[in-house]
Design a protein around this ligand. Sequence first.
Ligand SMILES: [Zn+2]
Length: 165
Amino acid sequence: MERASGLYGDAFIACAELVGRAGAKSFEFGYTNEEATTVEEAGWWASAAYRGAKLFVGDHRSPTGAAMALAERILRGATCRCGELVALSDEVRGCRWQLMGKHWQPGCDAPAIAVRGDRGDMAAIEAAATLAWSAEGGNRAERRAAARGHGTVASERRRRNRGRL
Ligand SMILES: [Zn+2]
């Protein structure tokens, strides 16, 4: 699980946290190309389901790439706690959000957005993120296991990091 402390793992965790903050009912990821021989060719996708809406991004070269794209989809057009629209670049007016380690951070001092929904939802999100780490850079068999929802590694991590998100 050391990979989790790397940049890619952080980006994925940040997305998972953001999805939870934004009140998603589910967070899923996977890949579409069964014949891919490398992680890059697998065609990674990620999606978040909300009440009455589903966000989907696809055709990325890694779980992290898909996670970054999904995070930007969630943030684009969203309103920050401070009342400004979320801005993802310095050229745009609004509250500048940036990926800092394991968290997407606003440019303002407004209090952090509370995670809505019960803890069970976050556990599911965390589990999905853990599976993505094991998939990142993994071989084809590992990818398959991850996309299938192999739960052993996830529950181990969930126990160790309870309450951190
Ligand atoms: Zn703000």
